[in-house]
Write a protein of this length. Sequence first.
Length: 490
Amino acid sequence: MKRKPINKPTNSIGHKIRFSLVTKLNLKLFFRRLGLFLVLDLILCLVSAAGLIMHTEQTVTAAAEMLNQTGLPAPEAQDWLKLTGLSISLPTGEQKGFQLPTPFQPHHSKQTASGVRSIALPDSEGLTFWKQLEGVTYNVTLEDSRGSYRISVNPLETLRIFVELFAVVLILELIMLFGSFFSGARMIRKTLRPIEELAETAQNLTTDGVFSPEQLEVLAGKLDNINAAKLDTRISVGDTQSELKTLASAINGMLDRINESYRSQVRFVSDASHELRTPISVIQGYANLLDRWGKNDQKTLQESIDAIKDETANMKGLVEQLLFLARGDNNTMALQIERFELSALAIEVLRETQMIDGGHEYDSDVTPVFIMADKSLIKQATRILIDNAMKYSPSGKRITISVSGADSSARLTVQDEGIGIAPEAVPQIFDRFFRADESRARATGGTGLGLSIAKWITERHGGHMEVLSRQDIGTRISIMLPTAPEASET
């Protein structure tokens, strides 16, 4: 049977990466190289111009020293001087030009330091490039005891060499620019290939269909096997390029959090189903009992009614707790923050508990401490701690509630003399539906959600919980909350 090929989603992603990231990065590198070459060319021109002026000044200095010894050359010698680009003549008219700055004059010959310099440029109209170079002259007008004379230097040959070298440099730069444009694109594609593979693999995670062997080979070792059933699969950081190790580590961390959240949700749904199944089964059993022979048996009828009422009350409480945690997980529960005295709240909860529970002894040790919190939620957390102490403390034992403050923290503690918690179970008591003693769960009516709710309330207010327990001695659970500022500061 032929396998139906699937459309590869990798083409669109690879296309986007190649023609977006690669092109943008390559253009940026191209213009950066172009800017670098332009700066280097500008520096080269400035250095060449400075060298040409220095060479011309040296020529003028040598000619001035020769004139000082032999005087002006004969007219027939002028033609020979032109072969070297040098000509000497008497100045005509007013001399215009510039003199060397004063700081540079001590470094020149005394004969030429004070001379007037000018650069003659030909009329560019109708002249070729080389004719223009021939018309460029560097003129220096000097004065001494014999009068004034003018030395003109035409650096045609030197300029010709500079122009030819500069043309060669430009050609080499253009070759390097366009060559690096294509080689840079290949290098960028190779560097970004791991990211492209990650993107392609991530897209394939949501693709349904039959994969070809070539696709499976490409996806091997990447994210191809990561799904809800295999969230423990990770990207190998050691085989990843150093530039992408941070990305791979971040993805692995994200997968860790997703895996933990997924497993927590699965466990939560499983436990919630189990907890709801039990009271429903009890109610269904008693309903069947009434249907068969309990209609005329008053004892069976009353027993069934009491059992159904108890189970529905337990189920109602469980559903309310589940809804509370669901709203908390979705961040849809708004806090009504106010400033109140935590010690007064603790005494209020203690008095309410004493009214409904006469089987235990209650004591308190409180000091005035103010906090900024949602009063109803803090009261709910306090009731949860006292309810746990009541359930797991034998009749006649003491339950103590205390409130104290220190180091900008308020501590609310509920301590009992109950059965305690096994050391290995203490880290798990805040997990949803966890019970340290499953055999006593039905007897106490606990759902395993109370401490989870108390922990959520505490952390939502920026606090934390502390537990100290010893089996057959008792348990002490504390809620730590930030204290409120003074009333004036508030």
